[in-house]
Design a protein around this ligand. Structure first.
Ligand code: PLP
Length: 367
């Protein structure tokens, strides 16, 4: 694709038959459908129990026929649509095969000789990447409310190459107040890149950091279609930042874009009115119902605003994860800094019911 610039490709997108807005209500599944959960119950990877929306599935089918050609026009249609919806210039948005890839590229691009600062516990991908190249990692514990300890992150010296923020945070699902994040972004040295991972933002009431990109050349925001949009297996993520930062990531990417069905599914998801609101509401209702029952039974849970939460099982969590797996319920991995907590992804009603029954049995407690 040498010589094929983004600018030149943007012109091509005008010729694309853009899908019209599709209403979520017309194709919503029954999220409280009774019946047995399919076994094993998979609450281990923060995936959506509902998968791609109906309109995304239809668009993905349409994309199969286009697989004989490189999907750049669709890539730019997705960029244009997202940029328009978020009122940012199109050259502030880039598509990757999943946001994890953009995050790994960021670690490669912005750390190395300089260190990486991360919250703890949090999504491990940046630390795993840093460890492949002996980068110094400063892990800063979440504060008492399970928010990022912004002042401790800012205090790291010498100034790091990159500060990773996860909001809402995986695995806790907790949100860091907007004022604290704004302070972090405003006070970080101009040559320290702040990466704000918003993989779970759709489930929460937290404001996005995307509007701050305009004023901060060192801010990179990441989004994914893997979580609320239910497209984890389709591998589409976005990075939002000023062009110089995106170019630093693209140096590692080599025009490696997602396949046309994935891009069409992502585009249809952005164009499905009501999808985010409906899934946010369903997730919240199902999550809070389980959290409330566990809390009423005396178990402490994190105050999640995401599609996962943690439960303090007050014993080695590894053993509880194993016992749940034997009961056909897969829950998330255990973070060594929180050795008595399990992470549970939010599933549908039948799955949550199955999980609760299994957990109470494992913990030796009647429901
Ligand atoms: N960021 C966070 C915080 C995640 O929890 C995950 C996946 O679990 C990802 C990024 C990866 O998302 P993607 O599927 O877009 O690579």
């Amino acid at each position: 694709m040498e010589g094929l610039s983004r600018r030149r490709l943007v012109g091509l997108t005008a010729a694309l038959p853009l899908l019209g807005q599709v209403s979520w209500a017309a194709s919503a599944p029954d999220t409280d459908a009774p019946g047995a959960a399919q076994l094993p119950v998979r609450l281990n990877f923060n995936e959506s129990p509902w998968g791609p929306s109906a309109s995304a599935r239809a668009a993905m089918h349409e994309g199969i026929a286009g697989c004989g050609r490189y999907p750049y026009p669709l890539q730019y249609a997705l960029i244009d649509t997202f940029a328009r919806q978020h009122a940012v210039p199109e050259d502030n948005v880039q598509v990757f095969c999943g946001s994890k890839l953009a995050l790994q590229y960021a670690v490669h691009a912005f750390t190395g000789a300089r260190s990486l600062v991360v919250p703890e516990p949090s999504y491990e991908a940046p630390v795993d990447t840093a460890q492949t190249r002996d980068t110094t990692v400063h892990a800063v514990a979440l504060d008492a409310r399970h928010a990022h300890d912004v002042d401790a992150m800012l205090a790291v010296r010498p100034a790091p190459g990159m500060i990773y923020v996860c909001n809402p945070n995986n695995p806790t699902g907790t949100v860091t107040p907007a004022a604290a994040l704004e302070r972090l972004i405003a006070k970080a040295p101009s040559d320290t890149v702040v990466v704000v991972d918003e993989a779970y933002i759709h489930f929460s009431d937290a404001p996005s950091c995307i509007p701050l990109v305009k004023a901060h050349a060192n801010l990179l925001v990441l989004r994914t279609f893997s979580k609320l949009y239910g497209m984890a297996g389709a591998r589409v993520g976005l990075a939002i930042g000023q062009p110089a930062l995106l170019e630093a990531l693209e140096a590692f990417d080599g025009y490696n874009v997602a396949a046309e069905p994935s891009l069409r599914g992502a585009l249809a998801s952005l164009q499905c009115t009501g999808l985010v609101a409906q899934r946010k509401q369903d997730n919240q209702r199902l999550r809070d119902a389980t959290v409330n029952r566990l809390t009423a039974a005396g178990w402490r849970c994190t105050a999640s605003q995401a599609n996962c939460f943690m439960v303090d099982v007050r014993q080695p969590a590894d053993a509880v994860v194993k016992a749940l797996a034997e009961a056909q319920v897969k829950v998330g991995r255990v973070w060594s800094s929180w050795p008595t907590w399990i992470r549970v992804s939010v599933g549908d009603a039948a799955q949550m019911q199955h999980f609760e029954a299994a957990l109470f049995q494992v913990l030796g407690q009647a429901e």
